[in-house]
Design a protein around this ligand. Structure first.
Ligand SMILES: Cc1ncc(C[n+]2csc(CCOP(=O)(O)OP(=O)(O)O)c2C)c(N)n1
Ligand code: SF4
Length: 270
């Protein structure tokens, strides 16, 4: 188990303190990612963090290794380019649920379909944090946001199911409350040869929490604990019960050859 001192060299100390609100879960996600890099002994010169625009996108500011912040929704497209330019790099792509599930959705489908060797992380705070708490595709039905004052009328898009159906080699979901589980998933994702997606539900007390009267940041962590159930239990629930919960666990784990492996085989044949 890695300690905080082991991630010191991955941090851009001159950029701290960070910009995230008190109680925001994004710092915990970044910490678990850095602990995972340390655990797997991935050196700084081999790691790249690509991110988009949003509170989550700012994570790149706080790392001392290679990072690329692209335009909103295009983080996976940039990450794909970085991976193809130098496949020796460990490419990590950190996105918000808006970034990945709305404007960038087609990139997710195609990255998973190609099984491109990238570790994608969706920090799902259930809304658009940076722009004032508008609903995103993964906001639950009925939730209050700045653009759904009477409750969101459309059901939530499950990005994990989408990525698994599209062909990703590894897909898992956890929460900032279950942070050690999340870290194990991040390590499994980093060890995956092919496309890996880890969705981490994370508190945004400033907008989602406030609009939905979920209390303090600590109350929001309790809420995440209560609102999530292991995948096997979720599968036994009826439709109505499933509407009330998020599943957590590993949805897909397989060893289909990744994009570059298949591409190189084809090159040898032709
Ligand atoms: C092309 C484009 N459209 C819209 C925006 C405005 N914008 C910036 S961040 C953002 C949403 C952020 O939400 P999310 O991706 O969920 O990240 P979070 O801030 O919640 O971490 C939007 C719509 C933009 N910067 N660029
Ligand atoms: S607005 Fe929400 S997601 Fe953004 S930093 Fe604040 S708490 Fe975090």
């Amino acid at each position: 188990m890695q300690a905080v001192k082991d991630i010191d060299h991955y941090l851009a100390h001159d950029k701290l303190p960070h910009m995230w609100c008190p109680g925001c879960g994004l710092g915990s996600i970044l910490k678990q990612l850095l602990l995972s890099l340390a655990e797997l002994q991935i050196p700084r010169e081999k790691a790249v963090l690509a991110s988009g625009i949003g509170c989550s996108g700012r994570a790149g500011d706080y790392v001392s290794f290679h990072r690329f912040q692209g335009t909103h929704g295009r983080a996976l497209a940039f990450a794909t380019g970085i991976h193809l330019a130098d496949p020796r790099l460990t490419v990590i792509c950190l996105m918000g649920d808006g970034d990945c599930g709305a404007i960038g959705l087609s990139h997710l489908i195609h990255a998973a379909r190609r099984n491109i060797n990238i570790t994608a992380i969706v920090a799902n705070n259930l809304n658009y944090g940076m722009t004032g708490g508008q609903y995103s595709p993964s906001t639950p039905e009925g939730a209050i946001t700045s653009t759904s004052r009477q409750g969101k009328v459309v059901n939530a898009l499950d990005l994990c199911r989408l990525a698994a159906d599209a062909g990703a080699n590894y897909v898992a979901r956890s929460t900032v409350y279950h942070i050690f589980e999340a870290q194990k998933m991040l390590q499994a994702a980093l060890n995956t040869q092919g496309f890996a997606l880890v969705e981490i539900l994370t508190p945004c007390p400033t907008y989602f929490g406030r609009y939905n009267k979920l209390g303090s940041a600590v109350d929001m962590l309790e809420w995440l604990k209560k609102k999530t159930v292991p995948l096997d239990l979720f599968r036994k629930m009826n439709d109505e019960q499933q509407q009330e919960y998020f599943w957590r666990g590993v949805l897909a784990e397989q060893n289909t050859p990744d994009f570059l492996t298949r591409y190189r085989r084809k090159e040898l044949v032709e």
